[in-house]
Design a protein around this ligand. Structure first.
Ligand code: NI
Length: 155
């Protein structure tokens, strides 16, 4: 495993749409392993492949406190949403910036695992926000576009 550089705001790659993953091979597994390590080192709750400069539809997430909630979602799609939540969100690509976004309270996501098997995952609260935030990255959307109040910058 290796730590990869996290792309920061201002780099146009963050606005690009990622391509579907078609090969579930060692190259993908290496990418996922590196993303996992990079996310934990940066103390993030999620990371999309585009944030390490790779335009593939792959995300890693862990919204737990103790690394027990690790998930890999390949080619994820939101298939159901319910309710609303307004909470503070940030992003490893926008250090120090945060803002209140409008997101669904619950989401159901269909995604493939690292071997290509399809699964359905449910998320509420932080995990629902995280699913939406990371899937947005795959479509070139940054959370600031979802902010319903002005972002605040840490002093
Ligand atoms: Ni982000």
């Amino acid at each position: 495993m290796a730590i990869r550089n996290i792309v920061k705001i201002g780099d146009d790659i963050l606005k690009k749409k990622s391509r579907p993953v078609e090969k579930f091979d060692e190259r993908l597994w290496q990418l996922l392993d590196d993303m996992k390590e990079t996310m934990y080192l940066a103390e993030g709750v999620g990371l999309a492949a585009v944030q390490v400069g790779v335009l593939k539809r792959a995300i890693v997430i862990d919204c737990s406190q103790d690394k027990s909630g690790y998930m890999e979602l390949i080619n994820p799609e939101i298939i159901e949403t319910e309710g609303e939540q307004r909470e503070v969100e940030g992003c490893l690509s926008l250090p120090g910036e945060s803002g209140v976004t409008l997101r669904p309270a619950e989401v159901k996501v269909k995604a493939q695992d690292r071997n290509g098997n399809w699964c359905v995952y449910k998320g509420t609260d932080l995990r629902a926000r995280c699913f939406c935030h990371e899937i947005d990255h795959l479509d070139g959307i940054i959370f600031t576009e979802r902010v319903i109040k002005e972002p605040v910058t840490e002093q």
